[in-house]
Ligand binder design. Structure first.
Ligand SMILES: Cc1ncc(COP(=O)(O)O)c(C=O)c1O
Length: 335
């Protein structure tokens, strides 16, 4: 059971697979067209298509935003500011672009303090990245805090990574807000709630004037034809998405209850995963779970989540099996 990368453990909607099966030889032979996918994403998010750049997964979206942030660099090394712990790709792309990543530590409750972010801003800061819900804890930042932060970090860009927004039902995507704060960019993905991680489909969303130059930072045919065909169908099958979001919510509750019984600390998560402090024996526990066929993410050696593992909360039946395995290995580690 793959519970280490926060994927959709049920896979995509059956309607998506039917649509992909219906693609013919010309779909592979011709360069893809993105109009239907772009319109579907814009409609889903309640903005016009010129607010949206489709990307090869949100990973590519983060890279496109980062490239634009350093493009008109003043002399000196540009700074990116984020929190620690955070999604790995922020640091990887900062390094690739020759930027310095300033990662401000989160407190014990792993919630973001906008004041700490503001204090880390330097004249060299080009990009601030906040994940909402946060990965790896699943905690939420109130939208008002982010709106104020977008104002305060100007002229730097604020990228709000909403990879897990569907599970939390919170989003900053709002046409009027983008008009008022053109330095705000929101990242979205179809890898999580929609189960398209294997196809690679994401988007960055913002004011058209901010998004337009980012189109030059990605390849002209950055999504393959299968991803482009899947997006409108996935969005149209609202019932499937809602069913999976409900499965994830139930799984989160089951997992949090089990951790409470085992006396393991968790953080309130609004995403499809839970961060669990298993303590000094984290590596042993990760190995014990793997031996029972359950893969979880070891984050125990990272600043701010020492002794922790992150477990995907997906299909309820998978979660029940994962809980049984967790109970076994935790009890064995305590003997
Ligand atoms: C916070 C965050 N942002 C972005 C991504 C990348 O998503 P994608 O699969 O769309 O590249 C992930 C994937 O795990 C993530 O956790």
């Amino acid at each position: 059971m793959r519970l280490h990368l926060n994927e959709n453990t049920a896979g995509c909607s059956p309607a998506v697979i039917a649509a992909l099966r219906a693609l013919d030889r010309s779909a592979a032979g011709f360069y893809p067209d993105y109009d239907a996918a772009g319109d579907a994403v814009a409609g889903y998010l309640g903005v016009s298509p010129d607010h949206v750049l489709l990307t090869n997964g949100l990973d590519e979206g983060i890279l496109a935003v980062a490239i634009m942030a350093v493009r008109d660099r003043a002399p000196g090394i540009p700074d990116f500011v984020t929190v620690s712990p955070a999604f790995d790709m922020y640091e990887i792309y900062a390094k690739a672009l020759g930027a310095r990543l300033i990662a401000v530590p989160l407190g014990d409750d792993l919630t973001l303090s906008a004041g700490t972010i503001r204090a880390a801003i330097t004249p060299q800061t080009r990009l601030v990245i906040v994940t909402n819900p946060h990965n790896p804890s699943g905690t939420i930042v109130p939208p008002d805090t982010l709106r104020a932060l977008a104002r305060d970090v100007r002229p730097a860009l604020l990228l709000v990574d909403e990879a897990y927004a569907e599970f939390a039902e919170v989003s900053l995507v709002d046409r009027d807000l983008f008009a008022a704060q053109p330095n705000l960019v929101v990242g979205r993905t179809f890898s999580k709630a929609f189960g398209l991680a294997g196809l690679r489909a994401g988007a960055v969303v913002g004011h058209p004037a901010t998004i337009e130059p980012m189109r030059q930072a990605v390849s002209p045919f950055n999504l393959n034809a299968w991803a482009a065909a899947a997006i409108p169908v996935a969005i149209a099958d609202r019932e499937y998405r809602d069913w999976y979001v409900a499965q994830a919510a139930e799984s989160r509750t089951l997992l949090a209850d089990a951790c409470r019984r085992l006396d393991l600390r968790t953080w309130p998560s609004a995403a499809n995963f839970l961060l669990v402090r298993v303590g000094d024996r984290a590596q042993e526990i990760v190995a014990g779970l793997a031996a029972r066929g359950v893969l979880v993410r070891d984050r125990s050696r990272e600043r701010g989540c020492e002794g922790c593992i992150r477990v995907t909360a997906g299909l309820v039946e998978d979660t029940r099996r994962a809980i049984a395995a967790l109970e076994e290995v935790v009890c064995a580690a305590r003997r």
